[in-house]
Design a protein around this ligand. Structure first.
Ligand code: OSB
Ligand code: MG
Length: 368
């Protein structure tokens, strides 16, 4: 198959309210959207790089450079038989999983639309709806407790709280006092070190489903150490950047739960490989989020239908994050259940006037 052109578009969308984590406070989304065009069809992908490398080390500027100078020209020159082939073809360019995923997702969406099937079907996902939880940014204690209550009332299947040193035990005590039995998790986004073991051990008393990425954003060894001192299961997020890294983390017993973000691990074929590994080892997985627009969110919903995604993910209603989305279909959960957009590919269409109104730049790349 030959692709006629690749569009790279940068959009800027304000959040409804600031999202605060241990690595900073964010007020808006800057997303790179890739569109591939061929045979009168379009496919869409979204990158989760940030303007500055606060979560992992990729950035919007670096990803655009790789996309326009290497990935898109290679795809346009060579074409493809199956989207699953791209990950190995692009391995010659080291790392940069988020940049690669941006374009790989667009090819998967295009391919599914051309086959006339929902993307989930290509991934082996039989479910037409998925249970979801919500990730709450840091806020004042009383506001956080009230916010947990609102999400519980809305039926979210799990609530995740962002923590950091000094904002952990008291927070959990307050939330558990009000909600002793809800499925509760915490995400430290790499804010702790092994020296803080006594604090981390106090977290054991709150009956959390897991603790997400307590230590350094690229670490496996220290997490393996930590796991021997905690009852609470460890879930890795930032550290898992490829199928090989997931295998290394499981071999080292650094985590017993896996957060899958397609951009962080290098695309949907990488997700499939991680999925099969985790299923074979009986390791529960769930689909993380990066506050995506409707394109990335729709991809997440489709991939989370794969049978190994047994815990509720972070793919909550789009309206929690945005006043208005760039896709026409509302991606909204009801009672903690998110329906999978029906139709071919990821099942969404673009709200073109709104998309254009939030677009910062567009470039079109054609075969050389
Ligand atoms: O660690 O899961 C994370 C958002 C940005 C960067 C990292 C993370 C998050 C979230 C948001 O927790 C989840 C979502 O609602 O998309
Ligand atoms: Mg996380």
């Amino acid at each position: 198959m030959k692709i006629d052109q690749v569009e790279l578009r940068v959009v800027r969308l304000p959040f409804r309210s600031p999202f605060r984590t241990s690595f900073g406070e964010e007020h808006e989304k800057v997303a790179v959207l890739a569109t591939v065009r061929a045979d009168g069809l379009e496919g869409y992908g979204e990158g989760v790089m940030e303007v500055l490398p606060l979560y992992r080390e990729e950035s919007v500027a670096g990803a655009l450079h790789l996309l326009r100078t290497a990935l898109a020209p290679e795809l346009l020159a060579v074409g493809f038989d199956h989207p699953a082939d791209l990950i190995d073809r692009w391995a010659c360019w080291r790392g940069n999983p988020m940049a690669k995923t941006t374009l790989e997702l667009a090819v998967w969406d295009w391919y599914a639309r051309r086959e006339g099937v929902p993307l989930r079907t290509l991934l082996g996902g039989l479910r037409t709806e998925i249970p979801v939880g919500a990730s709450l940014g840091m806020a004042a204690l009383a506001d956080t407790v009230a916010n947990v209550g609102r999400h519980v009332e809305q039926g979210y299947r799990r609530v995740k709280l962002k923590i950091e040193p000094g904002w952990d035990v008291d927070l959990l005590r307050a939330v558990r006092a009000e909600f002793p039995r809800i499925e509760l998790t915490v995400d430290a986004n790499s804010a702790y070190t092994l020296e803080m073991l006594p604090t981390l051990q106090q977290i054991d008393e709150f009956d959390l489903h897991y603790i997400e990425q307590p230590l350094h954003w690229d670490d496996i060894a220290d997490h393996a150490q930590l796991a021997t001192h905690l009852r609470t299961p460890i879930c890795l997020d930032e550290s898992l950047t490829s199928p090989a890294r997931v295998k290394a983390a499981l071999d080292a017993r650094a985590c017993s739960v896996v957060n899958v973000k397609v951009g962080r691990v290098g695309g949907l074929e990488a997700v499939r490989r991680i999925h099969d590994l985790c299923v074979s080892r009986h390791v529960p997985m769930w689909c993380g989020g990066m506050l995506e627009t409707g394109i990335g969110r729709a991809h997440n919903i489709h991939l989370a239908t794969m049978p190994g995604f047994v815990y509720p993910g972070d793919t909550a209603s789009a309206s929690r994050t945005y006043h208005r989305d760039i896709v026409e279909q509302p991606l909204e959960a009801a009672d903690g259940i998110m329906p999978v957009p029906a139709g071919a590919g990821i099942g969404v269409t673009l709200d073109r006037p709104f998309l254009d109104s939030v677009t910062e730049s567009i470039e079109i790349i054609v075969p050389a």
